[in-house]
Design a protein around this ligand. Structure first.
Ligand code: NDP
Length: 287
């Protein structure tokens, strides 16, 4: 048996088209397009690439894209002042501060300063609390994208056994909350988990969000399971080149799973599509 490949690129393109249609309707109804403003502090090249692709996707969806690039030595007070200005700006529906931030800035304080109604990354404690209590709020983009892929593959997941590997505030914890809200039975695993293999072997759904190449061997996977690989790891090849791999040993897992996401082309494209969806939702909620 070979797993069905989950085409994150195609699903993301469909979601982006849906959002673009929603943006056109919003613009017609309110006389302005939804706006997303991204703030980048410092010159981390990977962050600069993410910020550029977020801006491009935003414009392609018909939204207004704002961008602030601040020097690496920006004082926390200056960043907080910018956030206060964006909070007060009626044309800004979504604010995203690109992480990681330079050392002199406390990222928790920055996240807490964002108006929860504009927190399209879904990281503000108010949104975290709403998610855990199963109420409507802004949900972190990567786990939202994972849930859409899981639902498309499996449909109703009530009662399914799910194992999430990784407990970050960005991916693992919100993923576990989303799956719990969808009535799956969830195990949240991390670096201190004992006998991870036994947990994975029971799982109908495996979400791996660790950041260690191929740390989930294919033989752990329960036959027919849905495998969502969030990991993005660059590994060196013998010829001096490199390539991206996930946290799951793809080829071996593919021969056992029912569905599996490739890396790249699985979860990655869903993240930006969900960011656009969050911005549109934030615009509607504020309008
Ligand atoms: P973090 O480094 O914040 O978290 C990693 C988690 O993995 C931690 O909870 C850690 O446990 C756990 N972990 C580490 N080693 C093991 C182990 N041996 N067994 C089980 N669990 C372990 O990473 P993120 O959540 O931010 O990201 C995870 C991966 O997803 C990365 O590769 C990242 O690049 C990728 N990513 C991809 C995105 C996308 O759009 N596709 C978006 C965001 C991230 P503990 O808490 O105990 O330390």
């Amino acid at each position: 048996m070979s797993a069905q490949l989950i085409d994150g690129k195609a699903r993301a393109a469909a979601l982006r088209a849906e959002v673009a249609a929603g943006v056109a309707a919003f613009t017609a109804a309110h006389g302005r397009a939804p706006g997303l403003t991204v703030v980048l502090v410092g010159d981390d090249p990977a962050s600069a690439v993410y910020v550029a692709s977020k801006g491009k996707a935003c414009r392609e969806a018909g939204m207004v894209s704002g961008e602030y690039r601040l020097p690496a030595d920006t004082a926390e007070a200056d960043l907080l002042a910018l956030i206060a200005q964006l909070n007060a700006d009626p044309a800004v529906d979504g604010i995203l501060v690109q992480m990681p931030l330079p050392r002199q800035i406390d990222s928790d304080r920055v996240i807490a300063a964002i108006d929860p109604a504009k927190d399209v990354d879904g990281l503000h404690p108010v949104n975290t609390g709403l998610l855990v209590s199963g109420r409507q709020g802004l949900v972190p983009c990567t786990p939202s994208g994972c849930l859409l892929l899981i639902r498309e593959a499996m449909g109703d997941i009530a009662g399914a056994q799910a194992v999430v590997i990784g407990r970050s505030i960005l991916v693992g914890k919100p993923m576990a909350a989303l799956l719990t809200n969808a009535s799956a039975t969830v195990t949240l695993a991390h670096s201190r988990t004992r006998d991870l293999a036994a947990h994975v072997a029971r799982a109908d759904i495996v979400v791996a969000a660790v950041g260690i190449p191929n740390m989930v061997p294919g033989e752990w996977i329960k036959p027919g399971a849905c495998v969502i690989d969030v990991g993005i790891n660059r590994v060196a090849l013998p010829d001096g080149k490199s390539r991206l791999v996930g946290d799951v040993d793809f080829e071996a897992a593919r021969s056992r799973a029912g569905w599996i996401t490739p890396v790249p082309g699985g979860v990655g494209p869903m993240t930006i599509a969900c960011l656009l969806a969050n911005t549109l939702a934030a615009a509607h909620a504020r309008a």
